[in-house]
Structures are given as structure tokens and as C-alpha cells.
Design a protein around this ligand. Structure first.
Ligand code: FE2
Length: 206
């Protein structure tokens, strides 16, 4: 008979929302294959190993992230679970033939907070480039206002009281094969050609 611990559902790696070559030429199939198939997969598998037999084993991923944040004895679980969550969110922030004009409701929020869509993109790009070492840049909703944040390593706004709308992964594994050290070129190409503003707008109206 299964015990309580063994009946816990392991977390699964969600399918990519598009084929691995869908984001070319901005992000190559090779980068996506390693990034999703190795890095993201390993974060999910490691989280499963680390939560097995703990009080976290039956929780949804988001709750594992929020309940381990800031707990030094759970740092390993937090890092892997947060990276699993961030990546699942990140894939949905990108799409083939993205970029362009955001939906009206999002565009209006961007204009309120930053002055224009371009100014919002510039601030996101600047945050992504300024993040020292590995991390993420985020467009978030804080209260009723849009804001740009950057987080280090696995850190994620879902533990900080703001709602992510869109993210950019600026770990080197996200761009090094295609852009080497040119993070700024990668970030600007993603914002101009792959950003899924429809997904960001859906997050706004949740
Ligand atoms: Fe990544």
C-alpha cells in the first residue's frame, strides 16, 4: 500500500508552449533545447528530490516557493522551486512574432507608469542589463501601478507582494550560445520580436 509520502504527486515539467525552433532567429533551437530540456527540467527534478518526504511534498509549486522564501534551512528547495516557477512563467512571456503594440489596457497602464510603451521597454531593458550576474528582469503590477524590478539568481516577485506580468531571463544560459556576452542585444531583440504582450495583459486582468 502506498504511504502518505509516496502518494504525493511529483511536480512535472510543463510542455513548452511552442516548438523549440519557434523563437528563431532571436533564440536558437539549440539554446531553447538546453534551456528548457536541461536547465528547466533539472530545476523540476531537483525540487522533487528535495521535497520528497517533507511537509512540502504535496503542495503546488507556487506554494512551495512562497513557503520556503527567506528560510535559510530551505534555501536549496527555494532556489530550485523558484527557478522551476520562473521558467514556466518565462516561456509564456515569449512567442513567435511577438513584440509590437501591447493590448490597449496594458498600453494604457504602461503610459500611466512610464510615459510610453517605449519608455517601459527601455526601463525593462535597463534593468535586465544592470542585473549583476544571474537573475531576472520583471514587469510587475504593484497595487494598481506597473513597475520594473530586477531579481538576483532565483528570486521572484511572487514572494514580494507584486504580480508578475512579464519576465526576461538574464542568466547566461538564456543567451550565451547565441549572443555570448552581448546581453543587451539579446534583451532588446526579445523585447522587440518575442515579447508576448497578450500574455502580460492577461496577467494584468487576473
Ligand atoms: Fe533560465
Amino acid at each position: 500500500m502506498a504511504t502518505a509520502a509516496s502518494t504525493a504527486s511529483p511536480l512535472t515539467l510543463p510542455p513548452l508552449p511552442y516548438p523549440e525552433n519557434a523563437l528563431e532567429p532571436v533564440i536558437s533551437a539549440k539554446t531553447l533545447s538546453f534551456h528548457y530540456g536541461k536547465h528547466h527540467k533539472t530545476y523540476v527534478e531537483t525540487t522533487n528530490k528535495l521535497i520528497a518526504g517533507t511537509e512540502l511534498a504535496d503542495l503546488p509549486l507556487e506554494q512551495i516557493v512562497t513557503s520556503t522564501a527567506g528560510r535559510p534551512e530551505r534555501t536549496g528547495i527555494f532556489h530550485n522551486a523558484a527557478q522551476a516557477w520562473n521558467h514556466t512563467f518565462y516561456w509564456r512571456c515569449l512567442k513567435s512574432k511577438g513584440g509590437g503594440e501591447p493590448p490597449a489596457a496594458l498600453k494604457q497602464k504602461m503610459e500611466e507608469a512610464f510615459g510610453s510603451v517605449d519608455a517601459c521597454k527601455k526601463e525593462l531593458s535597463a534593468a535586465a542589463v544592470a542585473q549583476f550576474g544571474s537573475g531576472w528582469a520583471w514587469l510587475v503590477l504593484e497595487g494598481s501601478k506597473l513597475k520594473v524590478l530586477k531579481t538576483a539568481d532565483a528570486d521572484t516577485p511572487i514572494t514580494q507582494g507584486s504580480r508578475p506580468l512579464l519576465t526576461l531571463d538574464v542568466w547566461e544560459h538564456a543567451y550565451y550560445l547565441d549572443y555570448q556576452n552581448r546581453r543587451v542585444d539579446h534583451v532588446n531583440a526579445v523585447l522587440d520580436k518575442l515579447a508576448n504582450w497578450e500574455f502580460a495583459a492577461q496577467n494584468l486582468s487576473k
